[in-house]
Design a protein. Sequence first.
Length: 166
Amino acid sequence: MEIRQIREDDTENYIELCKKLDQETQFMMLEPDERTTNVQQQRDAIKSLLAAGNSMVFVAEYHSKLVGYIGAYGGEFRRNKHKVYIVIGILQEYAGKGIGTSLFTETEKWAREIGVHRLELTVMVHNEAGLALYKKMGFSIEGIARDSMLVDGKYVDEYYMAKILS
């Protein structure tokens, strides 16, 4: 298993990974078939992300296949450049094998190197595996957003979680 920064040549495999995650779990933002990003749009997004300086996607690659990712999206303005919003997805077949821990470890290392002060994320309150991972990685619940997501016609609460790095 290799954890590394995303590259432009990962574009098609990254889209495939994201679409598969949309199919496998209800914990990702997009529903199945809602993702409409084409290859050029995704390539441009990766290129922009790599140029931003305070955003990054790390991928987990196994036998030339992307099996998970963590996106770290930094603030755009002086008042929020110190923080990074985290999104993570790992294919179910590879869950529970330490990939999430490795992705978070690499992201935190990168964040500290570029001077990020705060990592933050949201998680549906019933996502027990996600909650366990985030707590293990040092994140704390800061609040709750009631009826934040609409999943299968039902409103779902989300926790706001964060980790202060410095």
